[in-house]
Write a protein that binds this ligand. Structure first.
Ligand code: URA
Ligand code: SF4
Length: 214
């Protein structure tokens, strides 16, 4: 079934508390059915720097807040190393419900990458967050977040430490923010241990690059 998309659930009154409340009742795609409550973005409504991840993970789904699990710990470490305080940011995800499959044995829920259809269905929430927060710089962490604003053909590895703009046909509203793409913190956890240090240094460098645009 084609998802109806989140647009019809986004209220006209644009404040973060109103958006977050409305997002709790979103049925814009099928992901709400199996996941816990909607994990909306969190942070300052007037943050100048916004970070966008992929979707909540298992722990975020339980806590109802973004980046509080293992990926959040990597992110916090990278922010510390880059000299950026998380308190001054707005942090959110491209998709607001946890997509997972159950392990064959046991109850473990294993992350599943959201489909393009789900990303497009959920984007109105991200657009609304961008409209309210009006950040100067947006860091897109990982391919899902980058493709949500830069189009499905976007290739992350070719565009590190570049100021990017959403192409006209991306479906994103006109944004004044500088967009910067980087790796997802989880990719550092999932990658081979011998490349971890280098990958982490890359994320830290990219965060520093973004902060220096402010
Ligand atoms: N991964 C994400 O992309 N976002 C989270 O909030 C947690 C893990
Ligand atoms: Fe709505 Fe997004 Fe959740 Fe789908 S993932 S139900 S579009 S909030």
């Amino acid at each position: 079934m084609t998802p109806v998309g989140a647009a019809r659930f986004v209220p006209p009154d644009r404040s973060l508390p109103r958006l977050a409340e409305a997002a709790r009742h979103c049925e814009g795609c099928d992901l709400f059915q199996e996941a816990g409550p909607t994990v909306f973005g969190a942070g300052l409504s007037d943050a100048r720097l916004m970070l966008v991840g992929e979707q909540p993970g298992d722990q975020e789904d339980r806590a109802g807040r973004p980046f509080v699990g293992p990926a959040g710990r990597v992110l916090n470490e990278a922010l510390d190393a880059a000299g950026v305080s998380r308190d001054g940011l707005y942090v959110t995800n491209a998709v607001k419900h946890f997509k997972f499959v159950r392990a064959e044995r046991g109850q473990r829920r294993i992350h599943k990458t959201p489909s393009r259809t789900e990303v497009v269905a959920c984007r109105p929430w991200l657009f609304a967050e961008l409209e309210v927060v009006t950040p100067d710089v947006v860091v897109l962490m990982g391919a899902t977040a980058a493709k949500a604003l830069l189009g499905n053909d976007f290739r992350l590895t070719a565009h590190r430490q570049e100021v990017l703009r959403a192409p006209a046909d991306s479906g994103a509203p006109e944004l004044t923010a500088d967009l910067v793409a980087t790796v997802h913190p989880s990719s550092i956890l999932r990658g081979p241990p011998e490349t971890r240090e280098e990958a982490m240094a890359g994320l830290v460098d990219d965060l520093r690059f973004a902060a220096n645009l402010l």
